[in-house]
Design a binder for this molecule. Sequence first.
Ligand code: FE2
Length: 257
Amino acid sequence: MKFLIIGDVIGKTGRKALKYFLPELISKEKPDFIVANGENSAGGFGITKKVFDELISMGIDVITSGNHIWDKKEVFQFIDEEKRLLRPANYPPNVNGRGFEIYEKSGKKIGVVNLMGRVFMGIPLDCPFRTFDQIYEMIRDKVDYLIVDFHAEATSEKTAFGFYVDGRADVVFGTHSHVPTADEQVLPNGTAYITDVGLTGAVYSVIGMKIDEPIKKFLTGISEKYSVATDGFLLNCIIVEKNAEKNEIRRVKLVKE
Ligand code: FE2
């Protein structure tokens, strides 16, 4: 089984990078299952139905998310019905949408769980570690593979989570920081892990946004609305291969300046 996992797709520039790089990447790697974090895919904040359909039409099987999932209010109109769109599972009960789902691909059942960290996130969510335990007990016998998107700011929280679920999840990938980390590894009990996959979006940007806007904020302390950067584009992803002989994770970065 081969998984292609794409980090946070940032706005139109991110979608442009996917359109440019994904067809060749798919034909070269032949992944069985593709996951992308799409919480910033519409204008840099949130996701719309049109953008969701665009991502799915490119061959992405599941779109995960995080704190920005609610930014475009139209998401409330389709997230309850749309099984291929996940929001963090540790939002309180009765929040719209779903935090995990089981999919079928290449004759295998693949569980995907979306969780969000609590350190530096400012959102009073349930414990992601214990939420994972509960979901794992519910679905462990129903899936062949289990993938987790852990959407969090603190590298320590993500790394601790990776070790906490080592041997239970097949893949744990971090999102949210938009900056790729060079720590991809197979943990001692077999979980393929990376702290952050990194963004798919502009090359010259501050985490996907136009450079001058965050600089101005840091200089003045005044927040303004950020806009998606457009200079150059890149795709950051990981490829995870798991079978009887192989358990491998590798990073791929494709850049067009
Ligand atoms: Fe986020």
